[in-house]
Design a protein around this ligand. Structure first.
Ligand code: SAM
Ligand code: TMP
Length: 406
């Protein structure tokens, strides 16, 4: 039994995935023996409604000088961040010398737009290899973990901030209280804090259980975020669903009473009541759906392989680590995983040790089936893989349901 990271109440654990490796821990054979595992379990807090992991992996094991996730590998995400940056510039950066801070700025995918518009900016990014890519492009970056101490240093050295951005990083940080103390301190009186993360309601609705892995400590809803921010005299002024990463939510936050609150907040609150995100029965149904999805996928792979046909994984996503290891997918079932990220190529997937190869190897010897681990980038991938379809290749989707598409 463990306690909520947010409010300290006793948690209700509703699902365990067993032993799991670090999701982005792509490795070489010489590292197989010392591979690190932890118990992947998820729990719900009745009091503050935060869904969270029951066991945490030390942050330095996940975010370091060999971090494998480079945000700029997806052109769809590059467009998404370019639009968000433009939106921020148009709506919120009208003061004489605006200043933007991004938490978890990765390879500079978003901050480069502020830089190119001549706007003062600062990124905070602990994984030094991705931070170096940003710095190399001229994006000002501190390579460190954001917390209240670093926020005090930033306030002292740079001053207060107009807009703080954080995409796909808030849900990675166990000590959210420390982040909120920092945000409260840094935001100018009319300052805005915008963050985006995978949305728990989408994970439930799409049965996208592969979003559950070590880096994702929390699975946010409007209810849990409201509980958190109101403790810091902050207010949610807008909430907007986003199609990216399989269903995300953008939260816009300001100091209490500084802006009017959009109707979207009331609308989303009603949505969550209708989705019964506060009911244990929802969590029990989710668990059953996950178990069914995993056994169907495994049965399909066995069937294909028993006919001697080949399956290759598409996209060595962090999400795939949960699917592969939970379903027990081995290199006998999936020959290799094609991925465009150079740092992953030549390595092996965490846990199951399926080889990761370049996209060239996929094109040179098309398999009968491609198992779409990067299902959240399906639109972009389907558009560029017409040749595979013309060749007669089939796609295996497993979110929201198992489906083979020609
Ligand atoms: N913001 C980018 C995006 O949306 O594509 C990167 C998202 S990536 C999944 C999460 C990033 O957050 C990683 O680059 C990681 O190093 C960084 N990160 C993790 N903990 C952090 C912390 N406490 N402060 C700042 N960044 C952190
Ligand atoms: P993500 O789902 O966490 O964004 O990770 C996507 C992974 O898929 C990343 O390793 C890059 C890879 N990828 C490809 O190999 N080909 C593609 O066309 C896209 C969009 C992503």
């Amino acid at each position: 039994m463990s306690n909520c990271l947010l409010c300290g109440s006793i948690l209700h654990t509703f699902m365990s995935f067993g032993k799991m490796p670090v999701a982005n821990g792509f490795l070489l054979p010489k590292q197989f023996e010392e591979e690190y595992y932890f118990n992947l379990g998820v729990a719900f807090c009745h009091r503050c409604q935060m869904v969270q992991l029951t066991e945490l992996v030390e942050r330095e094991r996940m975010f370091h000088e060999n971090y494998a996730y480079f945000s700029s590998t997806s052109t769809y995400m590059a467009n998404h961040f370019s639009q968000l940056a433009q939106n921020v510039i148009d709506r919120y950066l009208n003061s004489p010398a605006p200043f933007v801070l991004e938490i978890g700025s990765n390879d500079g995918i978003m901050l480069q737009h502020f830089m190119n518009s001549g706007i003062r900016h600062l990124g905070v990014e602990p994984s030094s290899n991705v931070a170096q890519v940003a710095i190399g492009q001229g994006v000002e970056t501190i390579s460190d973990f954001f917390d209240d101490d670093l926020a005090s240093e930033i306030a002292r050295d740079y001053g207060q901030i107009d807009v703080i951005l954080a995409t796909n990083v808030m849900c990675h940080i166990p000590d959210l209280h420390s982040v909120l103390v920092g945000v409260k301190l840094l935001l100018k009186p009319k300052g805005i804090f915008i963050f985006e993360d995978p949305y728990w309601g989408d994970i439930i609705n799409k049965n996208s259980y592969d979003q559950i892995y070590d880096e994702h400590v929390f699975y946010f809803s409007l209810a849990s975020i409201s509980y958190l921010i109101q403790q810091y005299d902050l207010e949610l002024i807008d909430i907007e669903p986003q199609a990216v990463h399989g269903g995300s939510m953008r939260y816009t936050v300001a100091h209490q009473g500084e802006y009017s609150v959009s109707d979207s907040v009331t609308f989303q609150r009603e949505n969550e009541i209708a989705m019964q995100l506060d009911q244990l029965s929802t969590y029990n149904t989710f668990k059953r759906n996950v178990e069914k999805s995993a056994s169907e996928l495994k049965a399909l792979l066995y069937k294909i392989r028993s006919k001697g046909e080949r399956v290759v994984g598409y996209g060595a996503t962090s999400k795939s680590t949960t699917v592969i290891n939970y379903c027990g997918i081995t290199p006998d079932l999936v020959e290799f995983i094609s991925d465009t990220t150079p740092i992953k190529q030549g390595k092996f997937s965490p846990g199951a040790h399926i080889p990761i190869r370049s996209h060239v190897e996929f094109e040179e010897n098309y398999p009968d089936y491609a198992l779409l681990f990067a299902w959240n980038h399906a639109a972009e991938i389907m558009e560029k893989e017409e040749k595979f379809r013309d060749f007669g290749g089939k796609w295996i989707f497993y979110v929201p349901n198992l489906e083979v598409r020609s």
